[in-house]
Design a protein around this ligand. Structure first.
Ligand code: BGC
Length: 488
């Protein structure tokens, strides 16, 4: 599978954007395209909801099942482990079942996982539900942007894919809002079970949504492909569109073997993509997304209601708003500037959080203490800066760069590898964050994340090239030149 050349993408975009055919610019949103985008938004929103909901559900789960620290982390992080497996399987699933049925499969997993979690009689069943929903998240994280990329007309593709990234942050925000409403009653079963409603909605939308003409062409179902292409965009020249898909598919046959991802010539793009995937996670974003309530509790926000309110607005709301900034500036200011500025904001704010936690009594950490202290207020302010800095930089920019640095023949595999490494790093951080806090304290843990920001800044400065407004071919040419330069 392959990506198309023209427009850099947003989140974990999967192979095969090689579409969009020759169409006139200025095409508008047809009703069927609206169905496509609604499906994609639901998929992103569900992903975000599952990221955000756990922070509010944990206190109730802990109380119901008397969980150990290890089990709290397992309950939190195994969604990521499931997502790692799901994202690795998604490419093959998408080719085998079709894009539409893969989305249906992901929606079914979401719904099933939500139901299992909410009805879980014990911690092990709960973890099974978390894994199930995680696989759904991983499959959707690859399938939905792929579906968007394949069905969007070229002039709308960037927006279609960015809307998936934005939907993730909106999903996190909504989860926080629901957590805040339900925190008084500690109703974690309802918080987790609520995902079944949009899960079911996604299932119904995917049921009526059009199939990707590209996949139908891959399956040699030309008549069906023509019907779907005409349905989605009645104004398009269907024959020309299908001819361009055919051409792209023929080029696909020449796709390089897996091993080429590791060729010396492509070492730099591989390093850039994998490095960014790792730095996006080891600088601590998901420690904060998942454990926000606990961080605020240890910073002195005593009641669950007050923790939920701060988490909703300071983390969830700011995350959505600052993502809009990135979407507005990414092509204009460029990737490097956003990454470097964001890492400064993230590093500086983490240092403030680390210092503030130095003033909070260790015994108060990880347990609610009475009333937010000055250090607690400072922590909130610094975490707002952290989230905003992440959301206008490492959040969307990392996915964009991952999707544009690889040369065409290894793009599919390169992106899959970087995505899997991103999930793997997210798993490690969420699995071991609380243990790390217990072993070295909150203060040093945040200082460690800050140190990774400093290293990340120096690394981005040295290694990540500016890729704004370059065609993918120009980017590819740049790597070849650099490789020739360095081997002379
Ligand atoms: C990251 C996720 C993170 C989310 C927060 C994404 O770009 O990949 O791990 O939870 O941003 O908004």
């Amino acid at each position: 599978m392959r990506w198309d050349a023209t427009e850099p993408a947003g989140p974990p975009v999967a192979p095969a954007q090689a579409l969009g055919g020759p169409r006139s610019p200025g095409e508008s949103l047809t009703p069927w395209l609206a169905v496509v985008i609604v499906a994609v938004i639901f998929a992103g929103g569900l992903f975000g909801y599952d990221q955000g909901v756990i922070s509010g559900a944990l206190p109730g789960i802990k109380a119901t099942f008397s969980l150990s620290l290890l089990m709290i982390q397992v309950v939190t992080s195994w969604v990521t482990l499931g997502a790692l497996a799901g994202s690795l399987a998604a490419g093959a699933l998408g080719d085998w079942l079709g894009r539409k049925r893969t989305m249906l499969f992901a929606a079914a997993l979401f719904t099933l996982g939500a139901a299992v979690q909410s009805l879980a009689p014990g911690a092990l069943v709960l973890v099974a539900g978390r894994l199930t929903i995680g696989v759904g998240v991983g499959v959707a994280a690859v399938a939905a942007p792929l579906y968007a990329a394949e069905l969007a007309p070229a002039n709308l593709r960037g927006r279609f894919i960015s809307s998936y990234q934005l939907a993730i942050t909106v999903g996190i925000f909504l989860a926080y809002l629901i957590n805040a409403q339900l925190s008084v009653s500690d109703n974690w079963r309802l918080m987790l079970g609520a995902a079944a409603v949009p899960g079911l909605a996604l299932f119904l939308i995917a049921l009526v949504a059009p199939e990707s003409p590209r996949w139908l062409m891959m399956m040699n179902r030309r008549a069906d492909a023509a019907r779907e292409a005409h349905k989605v965009e009645p104004g398009t020249d269907v024959d020309a569109h299908l001819a361009s898909i055919e051409l792209a598919l023929r080029q696909d046959e020449k796709a390089a073997p897996w091993g080429e991802v590791f060729y010396r010539e492509w070492r730099r793009p591989l390093m850039v993509a994998v490095g960014l995937a790792i730095f996006q996670q080891i600088t601590g974003i998901n420690a904060i997304i998942y454990y926000a309530n606990q961080i605020f509790a240890s910073a002195g926000f005593a009641t669950e209601a007050s923790q939920a309110t701060v988490t909703t607005w300071a983390i969830g709301g700011v995350n959505v708003l600052a993502t809009l900034i990135a979407i507005a500036f990414i092509d204009h200011m460029g990737r490097r500037k956003l990454l470097l500025a964001g890492l400064i904001g993230m590093g500086a704010s983490l240092m403030v959080v680390g210092t503030a936690f130095g003033f909070i009594a260790p015994e108060a950490q990880l347990a609610a203490s009475p009333g937010p202290s000055a250090a607690g207020i400072l922590t909130v302010a610094a975490l707002v800066v952290f989230i905003a800095s992440f959301a206008f930089s490492l959040g969307p920019v990392v996915w964009t760069v991952i999707n544009e640095v690889f040369p065409a023949q290894i793009r599919g595999r390169g992106v899959a590898l970087a995505t899997a490494i991103n999930w793997g790093s997210a798993y490690l951080v969420s699995q071991f964050f609380l243990s790390l806090v217990q072993a070295i304290g909150s203060s040093l843990t945040f200082w460690l994340f800050a140190l990774f920001c400093v290293i990340g800044w120096a690394w981005v400065y040295r290694v990540v090239p500016e890729t704004k407004q370059q065609t993918l071919e120009q980017i590819q040419h740049m790597w070849t030149q650099k490789h020739l330069g360095s081997s002379q």
